[in-house]
Design a protein around this ligand. Structure first.
Ligand SMILES: Nc1ncnc2c1ncn2[C@@H]1O[C@H](COP(=O)(O)OP(=O)(O)OP(=O)(O)O)[C@@H](O)[C@H]1O
Ligand SMILES: [Mg+2]
Length: 259
């Protein structure tokens, strides 16, 4: 699990610099998926980067469970000392390496033997439904296939926590729908602990156990998708839902399907 306790973050050294994240507290229970949802600039990526250890908080504490379920204060721990993998919006695959080499790369870096790395890479690719593409270069794959490779590359390391930053925003609408279902299925099947960032309400509905709605660095509301969407707590959340009114049909259908 991941727990944020009153975490703040400012870029810049002066107390006058604005807070990008302002005293946020939330929990991502083990084996569940929590989405950080909100408009551009509200602090989603900053929050994710603090989970990864790529940014350090100005105040507050970050706690995380390790592989054995031991919960520890990781606030000051470096990125490489945290058991976390990040999947970005741009897949950042190595263009000159084939699919198998891309997925196995991280294992090679941590000293896993060649044959074992190969087996684990093949298994990870199977998990994301990408079989028979081992020898292809990224440039020979579709956007969705590249995103699957990126996902396999993160999975292969068997991280305690998997982080997604707008992983589907480079894909067309149809593929986005398919991939979000796949990510959700994979998360449930492998009981992954995931923090997922999006500004897309329907995407958040489709993948989340919990949603944290962010507003200018603070948390406007958090809860299950149903709680957030059926009982918006304040005008900000109402307006955010209102702006997605055109998607209301999707939401209604989803809520019905959940019940
Ligand atoms: N490296 C940086 N230096 C200074 N300010 C930054 C830096 N990165 C982000 N910020 C600021 O922190 C705030 C939060 O940014 P963040 O990237 O977390 O937003 P976001 O919710 O991920 O937005 P988006 O949906 O556009 O990706 C913004 O006001 C942004 O300008
Ligand atoms: Mg961002």
């Amino acid at each position: 699990m991941i727990e944020f306790k009153n975490v703040s973050k400012r870029y810049g050294a002066s107390d006058k610099d604005p807070l990008a994240v302002d005293r946020i507290s939330f929990v991502v229970p083990t084996g569940t998926l929590t989405t950080l949802l909100g408009p551009s600039g509200c602090g989603k990526t900053t929050t994710l980067r603090m989970i990864a250890g790529l940014e350090s908080p100005a105040n507050g504490e970050i706690w995380m469970a390790d592989k054995n379920g031991q919960v520890e204060n990781v606030t000051t721990r470096a990125a490489h000392e945290r058991n976390v993998s990040l999947v970005f919006q741009s897949y950042a695959l190595f263009p000159h390496m084939d699919v198998l080499a891309n997925v196995g790369y991280g294992l090679k870096m941590i000293g896993v033997k060649k044959l074992e790395a190969r087996d684990r890479a093949i298994e990870a690719l199977k998990n994301v439904g990408l079989v028979g593409f081992d020898d292809r270069l990224p440039s020979e794959l579709s956007g969705g296939q590249q995103q699957r490779v990126a996902l396999a590359r993160a999975l292969v390391l068997e991280p305690a926590v998997l982080l997604f930053d707008e992983p589907l925003s480079n894909l067309d609408a149809q593929l986005r729908r398919a991939m979000r279902e796949e990510i959700r299925n994979l998360q449930q099947r492998l009981k992954l602990t995931v923090a997922y960032v999006t500004h897309d309400l329907v995407e958040a509905l489709a993948v989340s156990d919990h949603i944290v709605v962010m507003d200018k660095g603070s948390i406007a509301q958090q809860g299950t998708p149903q709680e957030v969407f059926e009982q918006p707590k304040n005008d900000y959340v109402k307006n955010f839902l209102g702006e997605a009114a055109l998607l209301r049909d999707d939401i209604d259908r989803f809520l019905k399907w959940q019940r």
